[in-house]
Design a protein around this ligand. Structure first.
Ligand code: ADP
Ligand code: MG
Length: 374
């Protein structure tokens, strides 16, 4: 019974309001000539789940380590709940951290690994033990506290790391690619568990991943990074559907990019000349550059029953591949190789699609004018 009482005081969402505001102001980190993080401005609201998404080497880990206090920044400032923490050591920042490789002590049991976080904070031994048990319980490891890391599966080790990060009731959680070592099924399961845990604790999360699907599935907001800079940030559906550059569009998934000449634009809608595809009328978010293109996700390109006057064209089907839930069609339209995805359940039966020209089109609000970075 003691254990559940501890759980109720230490980790019960009812005792807590949303917490853990994190703010980065012009944070920069250089290693000699290498600019790892290039003047980042970012603010995370209490209870918000924010993901740094970018390819390897884009500065995600460095950013996280500077927030946690394990790396010094070259310039700029980090604030937690409104307070500058630049001169505070990691343990005084009140942040729970799960490192990419979990960083568990191999010679300690799971429980001792979790207790360690409390001992560092001078919590008395008996209380540490009870709180460690409660935290292990919370992440689904009840009864496994006596095992050493190597006696646990990858997923269980990850849970120990999570329990260790949560046990001192931190203001926010920082997670660096925590699912990278898990297989797909377990990864998806843990994604859901971490989301549930985060919501029930009302805690903010700074999450790091290079996996677009994971970022889409988990985040309130995605911050897309490249070369130590923020390329775009917004809710998942916004960065996916309305990317501002071809790089962001392509990094977040397959897309059709059609070079465009802008004829008219008003910040919401652009009229564009798509060359052999004629005129297009597409979404415009005001991105400015030298060269432009229109991006249409494969699932937003649709077969039409007749030729369209704008936002589409006529061509031929070059291949169709059944991927199970969806079918991927490749088409050649006006000299462009395009990809169209449809749900298998929506597709015509094999062989039923008439031979000859095919017509495709898209809805104006599903196509986005963006800048070609080239
Ligand atoms: P990510 O986590 O997105 O893969 P990192 O933050 O680890 O990226 O690295 C960003 C850049 O900083 C990379 O170019 C990397 O090589 C460089 N870098 C990171 N840590 C160090 C270090 N200790 N010394 C020198 N360069 C580093
Ligand atoms: Mg990293």
């Amino acid at each position: 019974m003691t254990t559940s009482v501890i759980a109720a005081t230490a980790l019960d969402p009812r005792t807590m309001a949303a917490k853990g505001a994190i703010e980065l102001r012009q944070v920069r980190k250089t290693y000699g000539d290498v600019v790892a993080v290039d003047g980042l401005d970012l603010s995370i609201k209490p209870g918000e789940f924010v993901t740094l998404l970018g390819p390897s080497g884009s500065g995600k880990t460095t950013t996280m380590m500077m927030v946690a206090g394990f790396e010094d920044h070259t310039s700029g400032s980090v604030l937690i709940d409104g307070r500058p923490v630049d001169s505070l050591p990691p343990r005084e920042r009140n942040l729970g951290v799960v490192f990419q490789n979990y960083a568990l002590f191999p010679h300690m049991s799971a429980r001792e690994n979790v207790e360690f976080a409390l001992r560092m904070r001078k919590v008395p031994k008996a209380e540490s033990r009870e709180r460690a048990e409660a935290a292990l319980d919370r992440v689904g490891l009840a009864g496994l506290g006596g095992r050493r890391p190597r006696q646990l599966s990858g997923g269980q080790q990850q849970r120990v790391a999570l329990a260790r990060a949560l046990v001192f009731n931190p203001a926010a959680l920082l997670l660096d690619e925590p699912m990278a070592a898990l297989d797909k099924r377990l990864r998806e399961h843990m994604q859901e568990e971490i989301k549930t845990l985060q919501k029930s604790l009302g805690i903010s999360v700074l999450f790091v991943t290079h996996d677009q699907d994971e970022a889409m599935a988990m985040s309130d907001r995605i911050v897309v990074m490249k070369d130590g800079r923020i390329m775009q940030s917004g809710p998942p559906e916004e960065v996916y559907n309305y990317p501002l550059t071809d790089w962001v569009a392509s990094f977040l998934g397959d897309t059709n990019l059609i070079p465009a000449t802008v004829l008219e634009r008003d910040g919401n809608l652009a009229v564009v000349d798509l060359g052999s595809l004629g005129v297009g009328r597409v979404r415009d978010r005001g991105a400015q550059g030298e060269k432009y293109a229109v991006s249409i996700r494969p699932e937003h390109l649709k077969f039409r029953t007749a030729p369209v006057a704008e936002n589409g064209g006529t061509g031929e089907l070059t291949s169709s591949t059944n991927l199970g839930a969806t079918i991927r069609h490749r088409l050649s339209v006006g000299g462009h190789d395009l990809q169209l995805r449809e749900l298998s359940s929506d597709a015509e039966a094999p062989g039923r699609r008439a031979a000859g020209p095919v017509h495709v089109g898209w809805d104006a609000d599903k196509a986005q004018l963006l800048v070609l970075e080239g």
